[in-house]
Design a protein around this ligand. Structure first.
Ligand code: URA
Length: 239
């Protein structure tokens, strides 16, 4: 377990900035293992030691894993000069440390994982792991068996040819509803795959990433922490 500066631990738990934490120490409001802290730079093992902030125990958690049902209109980034970002939807103590695992377009909805666990996020995004992603989409135009077969062969785009993708038709007509599973996560990939057949995606929602499903009880904009089981499945994905 890691020994870290007390002020760093407290800032990371959103107790305040390092400067504010220093002031709390000066006011003798921080107690470590029953002893009033006098040095904001003292080293602690946050997982093991009891830290009280103004009498309240610090519920230290190093890793945060959040499942968000991304609404349309927000960008999958931690900062943006124009638009609201996905982290703006989260409580401050999570927002200051997590990043989105991959990106959904601004108009795409659905499952987005956010974490401060770089190792997990790297492994889920690694092309070698081939973590599949499933989307529900509404398409302007008629999606047919021919498209199912073309997707199964892989679709040639300007910059690459996709791996075989599984396309399932839910309904086909002037507007069609489909589910599609892809193995990569390239920029605008689903939209570009349909555009290759002159079909236009009018609604796109991610419903699954590897073993992790969108929770139907989460309305757009809502989030929750992963369960132990979900986390375990993600950590063991395609091992
Ligand atoms: N494919 C897209 O075109 N957009 C997304 O947001 C995700 C996959």
């Amino acid at each position: 377990m890691k020994r870290e500066r007390l002020d760093k631990v407290l800032a990371n738990m959103a107790i305040g900035t390092r400067k504010e934490v220093k002031a709390l120490v000066k006011q003798r409001l921080i107690v470590v293992d029953g002893v009033v802290a006098t040095d904001p730079g003292m080293h602690v093992i946050a997982e093991e030691q009891e830290i009280l902030v103004d009498g309240e125990p610090l519920n230290f958690k190093r890793w945060v894993y959040v499942l968000l049902n991304k609404p349309p209109g927000v960008v999958s980034a931690t900062e943006d000069n124009v638009h609201e970002t996905v982290v703006d939807l989260l409580p401050y103590e999570w927002a200051i440390k997590v990043h989105p695992v991959g990106r959904l377009d601004i108009d795409t909805e659905g499952l987005l994982l956010l974490t401060n666990d770089g190792h997990l996020s790297h492994s889920l995004l690694s092309p070698k792991k081939k973590v599949d992603k499933e989307y529900f989409a509404r398409i302007e135009g008629r999606v047919t068996e021919r498209h199912v077969q073309e997707f199964a062969k892989g679709v040639e785009l300007e910059d690459f040819t996709t791996l075989p993708a599984k396309l399932e038709i839910i309904s086909s007509g002037e507007t069609s509803e489909i589910r599609v599973t892809i193995m990569e996560g390239k920029f605008h990939q689903v939209k570009r795959m349909f555009a290759a057949f002159d079909l236009h995606v009018v609604y796109l929602q991610r419903i699954r990433m590897g073993p992790l499903h969108l929770d139907p009880s989460l309305a757009p904009g809502e989030y929750r922490e992963l369960t132990e089981e979900e986390l375990h499945m993600l950590q063991n994905v395609n091992k």
